[in-house]
Ligand binder design. Structure first.
Ligand code: ZN
Length: 151
């Protein structure tokens, strides 16, 4: 079990060191900011959603702890090419995973890489770091002007 945890840690550290899809997206159709005051994590999320409601491009910028950066990085990898309905399913499935409720969830969403963040459910403060990117996604899809906050 310790080994498994170390492995997960490695994935998180890797995404933190080399965040995927990092940077600003010039042609973004959707954008939102997120802020987790508890930890100080800040996030900007850019999406390009095409006419058939598919996420054609996605990127993020931000400053935050390893968990928030890794979570955002993994999220962008997953979102690329997804339809909006699928993206929403992932949002619900991931939030359930992060608070340790996924066992009761009837969902056929394959969380795949997101499973590495499962460990945060044991640390309530960390849950907010892990879900910040996803709340920011929600805000972007709803077109909210105010930054998404975890508090
Ligand atoms: Zn954090």
């Amino acid at each position: 079990m310790t080994e498994l945890r170390d492995l997960y840690q490695e994935v998180i550290m890797d995404h933190n060191r080399n965040p995927r899809n990092y940077g600003c997206l010039q042609e973004a159709s959707h954008f939102a900011e997120g802020f987790n005051p508890l930890c100080g994590d800040q996030l900007k999320l850019y999406l390009y959603i095409n006419d058939s409601n598919t996420i054609e491009d996605v990127s993020f910028e931000g400053q935050g702890c390893a968990i928030s950066t890794a979570s955002a990085s993994i999220m962008t990898e997953i979102l690329l090419g997804l339809g909006l309905n699928e993206a929403k399913q992932y949002f619900h499935a991931f939030c359930a995973l992060a608070i340790g409720e996924n066992k009761h969830l009837e969902s056929d969403v394959d969380l795949g890489k997101l499973e590495v963040l499962k460990g945060v459910s044991e640390y309530p403060a960390r849950v907010k770091c892990a879900t910040l990117a996803w709340h920011t996604l929600q805000a972007a899809l709803k077109g909210e002007k105010e930054p998404a906050k975890t508090e």
